[in-house]
Write a new protein. Structure first.
Lengths: 128, 653
């Protein structure tokens, strides 16, 4: 009987350790506001990050031919130009709160691989 | 007018207290008068609640914008059909509807029970009445659905276009049906514990409500995926979003509960597991709608944000502690009586199934609430990547599928390596060959392994069916068709389970194929231009503009052909909605068994002189298999549901 508990315990412990490792591996990409992003910009380097901000009025430009969307997000007096290969998602508009995921390029632009809208469009109406 | 609804619910509260006292008295004294009183109380609550619901729905149908909930979620041009969606688009509205379902089910339960086992029914009623009263308090005191609109408006704000979809019309009610169903199961099981009822797991009511709730929740989740796929336009159907997880976790726990129930009925094994599992299934249903509406839906919100109601957390703690104390007090009466089976037996396979399902739920729960907890405690904003879920849940789910295949090969009770030996060896041999093939092809395509394992499991299930059918065909001299149905009929509970397992396999195959073999392309075309995606040629033929009171839409006509043969014409559209001052895409999907062609019109200038438009095209393999899996859940559930106790002798499952 004792042996059973020992084996069980070892399995549980191993599972917990594995889980913690997986969590730590996948937790890197936290998000921050634009101003925080600029503070940490050297630390971030070439890593994948998420930055939160608001889409600036009049900054949205869309190149249909090349399927490129560019806009500026702002937070705490700081602006960040964003480039995204794809069309704007539903619920995207000037003034919306948005989370951009991607890398900061040497060209001074943030190259987004994903745009996540606050109150992800799916639940906007369910929320308020 | 709307006040009538509020008053009806307020009157329902003293009725609930009366009904509670009456049912407690009935349980103690077995007095017929008290019993009757409690029953009438439950029916009375249902009547009053229904009146309240009717009043609110009336306000929606007549566009009464003096009511806040109507003004916020409806509008003149909203189709009456979607008035329902507008009701549960509101946080309080969905709690309201959910509470009504519990009152409906409680009323159904007291009508169905008749004269059977009065004491246990009285205990059940007492528990249900407390739950109902809790919901009524929530609706009346906290999320007030009867609140008047503070400043008068001529038209409502309107319903989010994304919610104006058939999937969204049925997805939330299906989930609530499941949640309310598990609430009934919880009440029945706890009542049986209080009453020391010896045969909880042979109780037909428990079985029926559990299967019903499981089906509703399972199909509800799949309809949610269907909606996400067809309406949101991102081409996927599952994102490990907290809202999705909230619907999945109670379903997984409910699945584990069903398995414990089967073991409890057939082998008097895992009986305590069943009790704990139904407690946690119920608690997770409480958690679920408040994750949905409480505000942890997006990574920008914290779990312990002000919107997560502390009284729900309080209720959950009360339920867990109360139930655990109750189970502890009665633990002598409910312990499994038989000696534990050996490690290699069908019983153990059920035990492992339970353990794996619980581990899954723990992992998903951690992933769902951890970012919020860390933010709440340390203030650091953390987002867990999707790969956390994929890399932990994927292999575990695979293990579960494997168990489905091993289980039927195992014998009951004290089997050793010898008795099921041959079957196991065949299975393991097949598994080894599979692994060898994968390793030697050296591509590291582990998803091929999944497909092959699924194939093996299907093989085991069909072999079971084939053998049974063949035996019946030979012994009873009936044709194979009759033999097959006679086999299913002989133990519907068991074969219903197998059918549900086939549903899981279809689901797994669909998910694997569509996750790893999807092809995507975004392209801007002028009228007459053609783009090729995978084997398809898409020709953009025409763009037409349409306007109605809610929106202006641009509808594209896209001709699809494949190796110079015309396949179909698709009409994706892109619309500007006035009420939301925003654009929404309406995707067009061509479904086939092998793959879906998914075309979304994501941009156009709404300019009659420049009709160039941007399309996002996806080729998603085997998506329809996922929806088919949902169908098998329903079918398997229905077959199991129709099972009657006397049909089978003990231990044949």
């Amino acid at each position: 009987m004792k042996k059973k508990y020992v084996i069980g315990g070892v399995i549980v412990l191993a599972a917990v350790i594995y889980l913690v490792i997986v969590i730590l591996q996948n937790m890197g990409s936290y998000y921050q506001g634009v101003s925080e992003f600029y503070e940490d910009i050297e630390k971030i380097g070439d890593n994948n990050v998420r930055v939160a901000g608001t889409v600036v009025d009049g900054s949205v430009a869309w190149d249909a031919e090349k399927v490129k969307l560019s806009f500026i997000i702002t937070e705490g007096d700081q602006n960040l130009p964003v480039l995204y290969n794809g069309a704007q998602p539903s619920n995207f508009k000037e003034g919306s709160a948005i989370l951009v995921e991607g890398k900061y390029g040497s060209d001074g632009m943030f190259h987004a691989s994903q745009l996540i809208l606050r109150c992800s469009s799916k639940y906007e109406a369910l929320l308020e | 007018m709307i006040e009538i609804g509020r008053i009806a619910l307020i009157i329902a509260l003293p009725v609930a207290i009366f009904s509670l006292l009456a049912s407690i008295s009935a349980a103690r004294s077995e007095s017929g008068r008290f019993y009757k009183g409690a029953r009438y109380g439950i029916l009375g609550i249902f009547g009053l609640y229904t009146l309240a619901l009717a009043v609110v729905l009336y306000a929606f149908f007549t566009d009464d914008f003096s009511v806040k909930i109507v003004a916020e979620h409806s509008s003149h041009d909203l189709s009456p059909l979607y008035s329902l969606s507008a009701l549960y688009a509101d946080k309080a509205g969905s709690v309201f509807l959910w509470g009504w379902l519990i009152s409906l089910f409680s009323a159904l339960l007291v009508c169905l029970t008749g004269k059977a086992d009065r004491r246990m029914t009285a205990c059940t009623m007492a528990i249900l009445v407390v739950i109902e009263a809790f919901y009524i308090c929530l609706v009346v005191l906290v999320g007030n659905v009867f609140a008047p609109q503070s400043s008068p408006v001529s038209d409502g704000f309107g319903l989010n276009p994304l919610l104006q979809n058939f999937g969204m019309l049925v997805h939330p009610p299906l989930l609530y049906l499941g949640f309310a169903g598990f609430t009934i199961v919880f009440a029945l099981v706890m009542a049986a514990v209080i009453d020391r009822s010896p045969d909880i797991w042979r109780n037909t009511l428990v079985r029926h409500w559990a299967i019903f709730a499981w089906c509703a929740l399972g199909v509800g989740n799949i309809v949610g995926m269907w909606w996400s796929y067809n309406e949101l336009g991102w081409g996927g159907y599952w994102a490990w979003d907290p809202v999705e997880n909230a619907g999945l976790m109670p379903w997984l726990l409910g699945t584990a509960f069903l398995h414990s129930m089967v073991m409890g009925r057939q082998r008097n094994y895992l009986t305590a597991w069943g009790l704990y599992l139904i407690v946690f299934t119920f608690v997770f249903t409480l958690l679920s709608p408040f994750i949905t509406h409480g505000g942890i839906e997006s990574p920008l919100h914290g779990f312990y944000g002000s919107s997560f109601p502390p009284y729900i957390l309080g209720a959950m703690i009360v339920v867990v502690i109360g139930s655990l104390i109750l189970i502890y007090i009665r633990h002598r009466d409910i312990r499994s009586k038989e000696s534990p089976p050996s490690l290699i037996s069908r019983e153990s396979a059920f035990l492992f199934t339970n353990i794996i399902l619980i581990v899954l739920v723990i992992i998903i729960l951690i992933g769902t609430v951890l970012p919020g907890i860390i933010e709440g405690v340390g203030g650091t904003k953390i987002a867990l990547e999707r790969s956390y879920f994929d890399s932990t849940c994927g292999p575990i789910m695979l293990l579960l599928v494997l168990l489905m295949g091993v289980c039927p090969l195992l014998g009951w009770g004290k089997s050793t390596w010898k008795s099921p030996g041959r079957n196991i060896i065949i299975f393991l041999l097949a598994g080894t060959i599979v692994s060898a093939v994968i390793l030697t092809t050296g591509t590291g395509n582990w998803y091929i392994a999944v497909v092959l394992i699924c194939g093996l499991v299907l093989f085991v299930i069909f072999r079971e069916w084939w053998r049974g059918t063949a035996v019946r065909h030979n012994n009873q001299k009936i044709n194979y068709f009759q033999a097959f149905f006679s086999l299913i009929n002989s133990n519907r509970a068991r074969y219903g389970g197998f059918i549900a397992h086939i549903g899981i396999i279809l689901l797994a195959l669909g998910i694997i194929a569509s996750s790893f073999y999807s092809i995507e392309k975004t392209v801007t075309l002028d009228i007459g231009e053609t783009a090729s995606v995978s084997k398809y040629e898409l020709t953009y033929q025409e763009l037409t503009f349409k306007q109605d009171s809610a929106k202006i839409s641009a509808v594209a006509k896209v001709l699809v052909s494949r190796s110079d043969k015309e396949v179909t014409t698709m009409h994706p559209s892109y619309a500007y909605w006035f009420s939301h001052d925003n654009f929404f895409a309406e995707v067009a999907v061509r479904t086939a068994a092998a793959e879906d062609l998914f075309v979304s019109l994501v941009w156009t200038a709404f300019d009659p002189d420049d009709k160039s438009a941007t399309f996002r095209v996806l080729v998603n393999p085997m998506i329809v298999w996922i929806w088919a899996g949902g169908g098998f859940f329903l079918l398997g559930g229905a077959v199991s549901f129709s099972f009657r106790e006397k049909q089978s002798s003990r231990g044949t499952g």
